[in-house]
Design a protein around this ligand. Structure first.
Ligand code: GRF
Length: 197
């Protein structure tokens, strides 16, 4: 059984896709042990609670220094004794000590085809704003392992999504979520849980 912790900061639609995938059998051999957010208002925490999943808020605002937060976060994650950490819209930088402690055991979903439109400042709607600004005709999403960089780890899966005439960032974000993110992240977790590719 693959034990996972899902780290979130916002609405939690990717978390919901994982919860639904486990419920409907597209993800097997997997248990969500806990959902962790830096944001106590994150609706993702409500989704977790509604599903009887432990929902933790560990916020940098609760600590005097970033180092103290980083230590507390790693300590809490270690207590969970999970096999895999899933970043699903988590907007806080993962401490280097945690990346090393969970080498090749942290994955992230990014709403573009890495290496395009990624790195510092490319998160949430900003990604889709940049895609529309550039005028590319194809975008998509990427699931990758997390390393010391920002959106630079080994790519696991990618899925292309068409940019349509008249798209707004919000319309494009929803299409990328529906057609790519909510399929790729469950597929990556299932692959890791069942060691196939
Ligand atoms: C998604 O667009 C995801 O690609 C990005 O952050 C957003 C999170 O959305 N990493 P949600 O909280 O899963 O709805």
């Amino acid at each position: 059984m693959l034990k996972i912790a899902v780290m979130v900061s916002g609405g939690g639609t990717n978390l919901q896709a994982i919860i639904d995938g486990i419920d409907n059998g597209t993800i097997t051999n997997t248990q969500i042990v806990a959902v962790i957010s830096n944001n106590k208002e994150a609706y993702a925490l409500t989704r977790a609670k509604e599903h009887g999943i432990a929902a933790l808020c560990i916020s940098p605002k609760s600590y005097d220094t970033r180092e103290a937060f980083n230590d507390a976060l790693l300590n809490e994650v270690n207590k969970l004794q999970v096999d895999l950490i899933v970043l699903a819209g988590y907007l806080v930088k993962i401490p280097e000590a945690m990346v090393h402690a969970y080498s090749h055991r942290i994955i992230n979903i990014h709403p573009s085809l890495i290496p395009s439109f990624c790195g510092v400042g490319f998160y949430g709607l900003h990604v889709h704003e940049a895609v529309l600004e550039k005028g590319v005709k194809i975008t998509g999403a990427t699931v990758h392992y997390v390393d010391e960089g920002m959106d630079t780890g080994e790519i696991i899966y990618q899925k292309a999504v068409e940019v349509c005439e008249g798209d707004t960032p919000e319309i494009l974000q929803k299409r990328v979520m529906e057609q790519a993110e909510w399929k790729l992240l469950p597929a990556a977790i299932n692959m890791i849980a069942n060691k196939s590719k």
